[in-house]
Design a protein around this ligand. Structure first.
Ligand code: PMP
Length: 405
C-alpha cells in the first residue's frame, strides 16, 4: 500500500498527490502523443502549446500586466543572483554610458540568509563595474544583534537616488522572515520610499519560497521577480521570471559600452526573443509545474490559496505561541515579520528538539528540521500542504507541550 508522510520540508517539497498521479501517466504518454513527457521534443507543437498555457495560467492568476514578460529558465534562484546583476548593469550602462563604478550603485536589502548570499554574489559580479550597497541589514535590528529575525522599520531603508538595481528577498526560507503583504504593516516592503517615485525603478524580488502562495503586492512596480519552482509549484530545475520590458536589454550593445559580457543563457533578451526556448528547457519540471497551475485554477486560484495559507500559518503560529507561554518552545522571529511559508522556532531543553523530530516522524511527519546554518525547527507550509496535515502537526505540537511542560 502507498504510504506518504506529511512532508514539511523546505524544498524540494511536497507536491499534490493528484498531480503526481497525472504526471505518472504523462511520463508514459504526454497528452495523447504516444510519447512520454521526458522523451518529447521541446519544439513539438504539443509541448509548445503546453508551455503557452502554463504561461497564461501564471499571467492570469498573478495578474501580470502586459508590460511584463514571463520567462522560464534553469539554474535556480542561484543563477538569478548573477543574472539580475548582469542584465541590470547592462541596462544601467545603456542608460548612463559614462557612469563610473562609484556612481553605479546596486542596492541590497538584507533581511536573511538568501538576500545576504545574493548581495555577496553581486559584489563578485559587479566588481570594477558597480558598487554594492547594503540598504539595510536586518541583523542590526534583531533581538540578539546577530540574527535575521525581523523586517526593519521603513525609515531605515536608505535607497540610492538612481541605482542600477534594488534587491530584496520577499520570503527568507532559512530564517522564516517575510515582508508583510498588508501595506499598513510596519513589516511591509517600503515601496513608497523608492526613488524616484513612480519611475521605472529597477526593483528586483526573489520570490523563490513564496511564489503563487498569494498575490504579489505592487507586482507592476517590479523590474524582475524570480522564483525557483521547487517550493510551491513543481520540481527543481525550473526558474520562473517576470521581467518588465525595459529590463530586457541588448547586452551586447551594453558590452560595447563597457558593461560585462553576459552569458547568452543568462540574458533576459535571449530568453525573451526565443520565447524561453533558446536551448532545451527542463521539460519535465515545466510539465509538473503546469499541472500544478491547472489544479490551482480549478481550486479558484490565488484567492483560495491565500485564504488557506493564512489559516495554516495562523494555526501553526498559535501552537508556537502556546508552547512559548508554557516554556516549551521559543519563537525566533519578531512579531509581524513571520513567514507564512516557513515557520521557525526552537524546542527548549536538552534533547527536546531530537525528541520533537523523532515523535513527529513516528506520527508520519517529516522535513521539520531547521536549516543546518540556524538549527531549530522549521515548518514549511507550501501550497501542497493540506489543512488536515497542519491540524495533525498542531495536535502533535499541543500534545508535545502537554507532555513537557
Ligand atoms: N532564494 C531563496 C529564497 C531560496 O529559498 C533558495 C533556495 N532554497 C534560493 C534562493 C536558491 O535557490 P536554488 O537552490 O534554486 O538555486
Amino acid at each position: 500500500d502507498l504510504v506518504r508522510v506529511a512532508n514539511f520540508g523546505a524544498g524540494p517539497s511536497a507536491l499534490p498527490l493528484s498531480v503526481l498521479e497525472e504526471a505518472q501517466k504523462g511520463l508514459i504518454d504526454f497528452n495523447g502523443t504516444g510519447i512520454g513527457i521526458a522523451e518529447i521534443s521541446h519544439r513539438s507543437k504539443e509541448f509548445q502549446a503546453f508551455v503557452d498555457q502554463f504561461e497564461q495560467n501564471i499571467r492570469t492568476q498573478l495578474d501580470v500586466p502586459s508590460t511584463h514578460r514571463i520567462l522560464f529558465t534553469q539554474g535556480g534562484g542561484t543563477a538569478q543572483f548573477s543574472a539580475v546583476v548582469l542584465n541590470l548593469l547592462a541596462r544601467h550602462r545603456l542608460l548612463h554610458p559614462n557612469a563610473t563604478p562609484e556612481e553605479t550603485t546596486l542596492d541590497y536589502v538584507v533581511t536573511g540568509s538568501w538576500s545576504k548570499k545574493a548581495a555577496e554574489e553581486a559584489r563578485r559580479i559587479a566588481a570594477g563595474h558597480g558598487t554594492v550597497r547594503t540598504v539595510v541589514d536586518a541583523r542590526v535590528y534583531s533581538k540578539d544583534g546577530k540574527s535575521f529575525d525581523n523586517i526593519p522599520p521603513h525609515a531605515e531603508f536608505q535607497f540610492s537616488p538612481a541605482p542600477a538595481l534594488i534587491y530584496y528577498c520577499e520570503n527568507e526560507t532559512v530564517d522564516g522572515v517575510e515582508f508583510a503583504h498588508d501595506a499598513a504593516s510596519p513589516a511591509s516592503f517600503p515601496f513608497d520610499r523608492l526613488q524616484p517615485a513612480g519611475a521605472l525603478v529597477p526593483l528586483v524580488a526573489d520570490y523563490s519560497s513564496s511564489f503563487m502562495c498569494r498575490p504579489i503586492p505592487r507586482l507592476a512596480d517590479h523590474a524582475v521577480i524570480y522564483a525557483g519552482a521547487q517550493k510551491n509549484i513543481g520540481p527543481a530545475g525550473l526558474t520562473i521570471l517576470i521581467v518588465r520590458e525595459d529590463c530586457i536589454v541588448d547586452v551586447d550593445t551594453a558590452a560595447k559600452l563597457g558593461a560585462t559580457p553576459v552569458p547568452l543563457i543568462l540574458s533576459y533578451k535571449v530568453l525573451a526573443d526565443s520565447k524561453s526556448l533558446y536551448n532545451t528547457p527542463s521539460v519535465f519540471a515545466i510539465y509538473v509545474a503546469g499541472l500544478v497551475l491547472e489544479r490551482m485554477k480549478r481550486h479558484g486560484g490565488l484567492a483560495h490559496y491565500e485564504a488557506v495559507n493564512k489559516r495554516k500559518a495562523e494555526k501553526v503560529y498559535a501552537a508556537i505561541e502556546e508552547g512559548e507561554q508554557k516554556g516549551v518552545f521559543r519563537r525566533k522571529v519578531q512579531q509581524g515579520s513571520e513567514s507564512w511559508m516557513n515557520a521557525v522556532f526552537e524546542v527548549l531543553g536538552e534533547d527536546a528538539e531530537k525528541k520533537f523530530l523523532e515523535g513527529a516522524e513516528k506520527d508520519g511527519m517529516k522535513g521539520l528540521k531547521g536549516h543546518r546554518s540556524v538549527g531549530g525547527i522549521r515548518v514549511s507550509l507550501y501550497n501542497a500542504i493540506t489543512e488536515e496535515e497542519v491540524d495533525k502537526l498542531v495536535a502533535f505540537m499541543t500534545q508535545f507541550i502537554e507532555d513537557l511542560k
